[in-house]
Design a binder for this molecule. Structure first.
Ligand SMILES: O=C(O)C1=C[C@@H](OP(=O)(O)O)[C@@H](O)[C@H](O)C1
Ligand SMILES: C=C(OP(=O)(O)O)C(=O)O
Length: 755
């Protein structure tokens, strides 16, 4: 900053902190201050903040190059008049004003009116501003050099404000560590009425109302954190706030009217005991508040949650145990992701039940909230999605964090490629290693503009705003995620989008689109749709996830004496590879109570122990059992003879390289095996009660590896300890509790990770 002398008019907390911040930033040139209270000037000098000062303004004006008006808003008019009279003709005008003036008032229209009245026009060197920082304290003694660091300062320049003047005021605040933004005066006043003035009004009212009801203020003795948090700002400077409410009357009244409507609605809900309405309001507010936190910390809500997981989770599974009972595992992850995606893009309200409250599907839900979709829940698997229509999503204010979920990132890529705004998709360490070229390449063929990191890895930067056109695409791998990605992009594309799959993969996207009234065609290995249509809201009953049920199917299949019923499991024909493979191995597995819910077939699965034998897994079953292989490897290790898997190279690009991660774990517990590029041979130890040993296993943060080795403990001779299990919560929250319910001997241990 090249200012020869800075004059601060009004040496209170705000003016004093500005001087303190400039001093802390190494500003050595002259700073002087004007204040009606001579003692404040004296204190400012003693504190080393200012070089001198006066109670009169006129003598200080000469020689000042930058003047900051830090007086209450209602004192502004008098100060402006005095300034206009004291400043030499023309110094605040022209293209490069010699003197620039700014202010720190919380309302801007009123201050602009003062300037117009005092100067007869808005001088080119006047740049009105408002630092969004403060404290309930007042007076120069409370000055804080860090008050503005990482805070926003809003400047509200007019059309003919000199750019050089704006640059000088920007430099002033940037020197204090603030982030400088620009806004129009009216918008500033409306925004501040809602985010600052209204909360102050409420805090003042609450404290005053309680204090009046209890003259001796006895009641405050019993007030705890909630009261303290809500009312801290009621200790603020009364004069300043009187001035703000006087100056910003209209915008404050509008904000108050809106608030009264909300309050009335909630009052009515309390009056008639409408718990759902209360829950809906509290839920929206609670999520909005978390979102606000994430904005403040410039991180995603979910990312922050992950960072807060200070401990690493270890599972300890004691050898042996039983498997018996009747349980329902959590909702299907694939269907849960899709229910939120289609519900958000639909017109109308989609009610979901059985939603998986796991981190993967919650990340999808949160990403839509960040794009302006109102979503209530989840509450015990119930979610209400207020659809915004195909073109109703709003640009998120930062990257969308999808955690550990490959499904979310790939499906989002297609859906977001069709939006008018740019987005960035990021994920956790595991997801950041997974290939995204498989979706980025065909999306580019459709006209999307997408940047990836090296090797086609995340993050994905999707430029948005492109016109997409349908393509006819031959998928190089059997992937439901790629197929779904292209169908979702196809909704926004001109013409037909056709996808051919080398082998059948899960068809939840096609089924659910049809359930939302969108025509999807299929002929043999190809499915297609025509872009430009609409989705109509629907209700979705998510079945229990067969991929989660698998851990218990295998547990029962390998444990003598077991007898287990898994209720309401999704048995979509594109997902039942595990049932077919276990039956081929000799498992005693029956489907009962078969029915259809919301376009997806479900059944209860009844499994009892029977000795298993090793098999060559039919290649056509591989895509239909893709997520089930970690558990199936344990079935193979407990079977009689060798089990051979081929054509499963896709396992190498899941949350971990699942062929290698399982092979390493099997080696630890002493199971003989041979790894090949696209599969593995596993030598089963036969019908002995104890088929292998124990040991310490690294799940590599892969939920399915962790759960598979818990199941292995049933036939192990010693304890199996599995590290890095926190991600089990991505697909199967409550896994260990449910495992204990049926008779496994597993416990959880959290270790603090050193900072
Ligand atoms: O579409 C989906 O919901 C999924 C498809 C599969 O992935 P690929 O498409 O990569 O095979 C599967 O492994 C994943 O857990 C879920
Ligand atoms: C591969 C999986 O999921 P995603 O690809 O969604 O991360 C899985 O759940 O096993």
């Amino acid at each position: 900053m090249a200012e020869s002398r800075i004059l601060i008019v009004g040496l209170g907390l705000i003016g004093g902190s500005l001087a303190a911040a400039l001093r802390a930033a190494g500003h050595e040139r002259s700073i002087v201050a004007c204040d009606p209270d001579a003692a404040e000037i004296e204190r400012g000098i003693q504190m080393g903040l200012i070089d001198g000062g006066d109670t009169r303004l006129t003598p200080l004006v000469e020689g000042a190059s930058l003047i900051v008006l830090a007086v209450p808003v209602l004192a502004m008019r008098g100060v402006m008049d005095e300034l206009a009279a004291a400043l030499p003709e023309g110094v605040v005008g022209g293209e490069a004003p010699r003197v620039v003036i700014t202010d720190v008032g919380s309302t801007k229209a009123a201050v602009r009116d003062c300037a117009l009245a005092a100067f007869g026009e808005l001088p080119a060197g006047l740049v009105l501003g408002h630092p969004i920082a403060g404290s309930e304290k007042s007076g120069v003694a409370a000055s804080d050099p860090w008050l503005y660091a990482n805070h926003k300062v809003i400047l509200t320049p007019a059309a003919d404000t000199a750019p050089s003047a704006i640059a000088r005021i920007r430099a002033l605040w940037q020197a204090c560590g603030a982030e400088v933004l620009e806004m129009e005066v009216e918008r500033h006043d409306q925004v501040l009425a809602r985010t600052s003035h209204l909360p102050h009004l409420l805090a003042f009212t609450l404290v005053d109302t309680l204090a009046r009801q209890d003259e001796r203020l006895e009641i405050f003795r019993y007030a705890a954190g909630g009261f303290r948090d809500f009312t801290r700002i009621a200790g603020s400077d009364p004069v300043m706030w009187r001035d703000i409410f006087t100056a910003n009357r209209d915008a404050v009244l509008t904000a108050l009217d809106d608030f009264e409507v909300g309050l009335g609605r909630l009052r009515r809900a309390v009056e008639i005991g409408d718990g759902d309405a209360m829950l809906a309001t509290f839920d929206r507010a609670s999520h909005a508040r978390h979102y606000f936190d994430s904005l403040l910390n410039q991180s995603s809500y979910q990312a922050e949650y992950h960072m807060q997981r200070q401990g690493k989770l270890t599972f300890r599974a004691a050898p042996g145990g039983r498997v018996a009972g009747r349980i329902r595992v959590p909702g299907d992850k694939s269907i849960s992701h899709r229910s939120i995606m289609l519900g958000a893009l639909a017109e109308g309200i989609t009610e979901v039940k059985g939603f998986l409250e796991g981190e993967d599907s919650l990340a999808t839900l949160q990403a839509f909230r960040e794009m302006g979709v109102a979503i209530e829940g989840p509450h015990q698997g119930r979610v209400t999605v207020h659809g915004v229509g195909m073109h109703g999503l709003k640009a998120p204010s930062g990257p969308l964090y999808v955690g550990n979920a490959g499904t979310a990132m790939r499906l989002f890529a297609g859906l977001l490629a069709g939006q008018a705004f740019p987005t960035e998709l990021i994920g956790d360490a595991s997801l950041t290693k997974r290939p995204m070229g498989r979706v980025a390449d065909p999306l580019r063929l459709m006209g999307a503009v997408i940047d990836t990191a090296e090797g086609g890895r995340p993050p994905l930067k999707i430029h948005g705003g492109q016109k997409l056109r349908g393509i006819d695409y031959d998928m190089p791998m059997a992937s439901a995620q790629v197929k779904s990605c292209l169908l979702l992009a196809g909704l926004y594309a001109e013409g037909e989008t056709r996808v051919r799959e080398p082998a059948p993969t899960r068809d939840h996207t096609e089924r659910m689109l049809a359930g939302f009234g969108y025509e999807v065609h299929r002929d043999g290995d190809t499915c297609w749709l025509t872009g430009g249509g609409k989705l109509a809201a629907s209700s979705i009953d998510v079945p229990a996830d067969i991929s989660s049920a698998t851990f218990f199917l295998v547990a029962a299949a390998i444990t003598p004496g077991s007898n287990l019923i898994l209720e309401h499991v999704g048995i979509n024909p594109t997902r039942i590879g595990v049932i077919n493979i276990l039956k081929l191995m000799g498992a005693d597995l029956r489907l009962t109570n078969e029915r259809e819910v919301g376009g997806e077939p479900v059944a209860d699965l009844h499994i009892r122990y029977a000795p298993l034998k090793g098999i060559d897994i039919p290649r056509d079953q591989v895509p239909l059992a893709i997520d089930e292989f970690p558990a199936l490897f344990i079935a193979a290790a407990s079977a009689n003879g060798v089990t051979r898997l081929r054509g499963a190279e896709e396992l190498r690009v899941k949350e971990s390289d699942r062929i290698q991660a399982m092979a390493d774990g099997l080696a630890t517990i002493g199971v003989e095996h041979t790894v090949v590029e696209d599969g593995i041979d596993i030598v089963g130890a036969g019908d002995r009660d104890v088929s292998y040993g124990g040991g310490r296993i690294d799940s590599l943060g892969d939920h399915r590896i962790a759960m598979a080795f818990v199941v292995a403990s049933l036939r192990a001779g010693e304890e199996i300890v599995i590290d890095d299990c926190a991600n089990v919560a991505t697909s199967f929250p409550g896994f260990t509790e449910l495992a204990r319910v049926v008779g496994l001997r597993v416990s959880e241990e959290t270790q603090e990770v050193e900072a």
